[in-house]
Write a protein that binds this ligand. Structure first.
Ligand SMILES: [Zn+2]
Length: 78
């Protein structure tokens, strides 16, 4: 059956609007498959510059980016 999402990965609802229309944000240099998926709205491209606390999910409904990884301690790493 097509057309319905498979509930394989657990979907995290948007913390802002509660929508489950959420796509993963992928970082790094996009390959051909990634470009295609991004154009189809399946993923979002975060760019090549990867930060320590970049959001990994984006809500397609309101555009909120969330699911940031927790900070690695409060002290500044040398
Ligand atoms: Zn949202």
């Amino acid at each position: 059956m097509k057309g319905k999402k498979t509930g394989k990965a657990k979907s995290t609802p948007c913390p802002k609007c509660g929508s489950i229309d959420v796509i993963p944000i992928l970082y790094g240099y996009p390959g051909p498959g990634m470009m295609e998926a991004a154009e189809q709205g399946k993923i979002a491209l975060g760019g090549c510059c990867v930060g320590d606390r970049d959001p990994r999910k984006q809500c397609k409904t309101c555009g909120e980016e969330f699911d940031r990884p927790p900070a690695r301690g409060s002290k500044i790493h040398p």
